[in-house]
Design a binder for this molecule. Structure first.
Ligand code: XMP
Length: 330
């Protein structure tokens, strides 16, 4: 048995910056994966994020249908995300993909919960529960694949953050780990993803937190306010893409806080939520500056969001850097 947790990035490893270097890494990894896995079966939690998507694409190349991907929709994903995962991996790459729509389970558990850390805990635990249930339904899974990357290892060694690994799985699920991108930096994972033919929108995505839109719907999550977050986020992403800001701004999203204010529509009084827009730039997420959005774009965002998102009558822009604010609201 290979203990992948002992594998380290060689000090003299060249940074993967070109398609040729990415291809060399892919060829090497495919051979290593085949040697490690043989004819046995692998399970992967596929979120649709860059790291797990690249791991999935590598494993599909290496072992095809011996891989089963599980995509858990916790109801807190962005608009169009589950559909994209299904289209890319099931339809285009012909992968074994189990899609679990667990929206009701998550939202029922989260109902009335206001504390941010409690919300994170519920989302994390429920995720493991749903994933483990799916794993138990499958026969003879030997391996669990993970999208661990080199900064995760460095950060957990330096005590900055504990990177989430198989430690969280229940004891009855004894699996060996497969971590094919563990020695790569994020930019290298993206280069490998492009060389594997993953769509640009998947490879060059902005960071998206594990608890998803749940931390952008501050306080107790309700389905109607969550929909307002999802719809306004989709409009923001569309308008940023149309304005050439996609891929330029590090992270941008909307938040719908749990309060209402008076407004007017068609001559009648309204009492609706505001949408807060946040767009920040950073190197390492430890500090961040605010993007100076052109005013014309801001006007278009206000016009579209107030016209298209039910329950919203104001749009605000958050001008606060980190510190004093954090990037997310919870
Ligand atoms: P903050 O809000 O702490 O965010 O300034 C820094 C970066 O981390 C992301 N973030 C998270 N990612 N799980 C994640 O996977 C989380 O619970 C979480 N909270 C924040 C945030 O989006 C930003 O990129």
């Amino acid at each position: 048995m290979i203990d992948v947790t002992q594998i380290r990035r060689p000090d003299d490893m060249a940074r993967i910056t070109t398609p040729a270097l990415a291809q060399a890494f892919i060829d090497e990894q495919i051979a290593a994966l085949r040697a490690q896995i043989g004819d046995r079966k692998v399970l992967l939690a596929l979120s649709g994020g860059v790291d797990s998507s690249v791991v999935a694409a590598l494993l599909i190349r290496a072992i095809g249908k011996q891989l089963t991907c599980v995509h858990v929709n916790h109801g807190l994903l962005r608009k169009g995300e589950p559909e994209q995962v299904i289209q890319v991996f099931r339809d285009e790459m012909d992968a074994n993909l189990i899609y679990v729509d667990a929206t009701d389970r998550f939202l029922d558990k989260l109902a009335g919960v206001t504390d941010p850390e409690q919300k994170r805990k519920i989302i994390g635990n429920e995720f493991i529960e749903v994933f483990a249930e799916e794993a138990r339904k499958l026969d003879g899974v030997t391996f669990l694949a993970q999208g661990t990357i080199w900064p995760d290892i460095l950060e957990s060694e330096n005590g900055i953050k504990a990177h989430h690994n198989a430690g969280g799985l229940p004891d009855d699920l004894q699996v060996e780990l497969v971590e094919p991108v563990r020695i790569l930096f994020k930019d290298e994972v993206r280069a490998v993803g492009s060389a594997l033919g993953l769509p640009d929108g998947m490879v060059n995505r902005q960071p998206f937190p594990g608890p998803g839109l749940g931390v952008r719907c501050p306080g107790a999550i309700t389905r109607d306010r969550l929909e307002a977050v999802r719809e306004s986020d989709a409009i923001l992403r569309e308008e940023f893409a149309a304005s050439g800001l996609e891929g330029k701004v590090w992270q941008y999203f909307t938040v719908v806080p749990d309060f209402k204010s008076t407004g007017i529509r068609d001559g009648k009084r309204t009492f609706d939520w505001p949408v807060i827009i946040r767009a920040v730039n950073t190197r390492d997420a430890m500090s961040a500056t605010v993007e100076e959005i052109p005013f014309a774009l801001m006007h278009r965002l206000v016009q579209r969001i107030t016209a298209e998102v039910p329950g919203v009558n104001r749009v605000l822009y958050d001008f606060t850097p980190k510190p004093s604010a954090t990037i997310e609201y919870e």
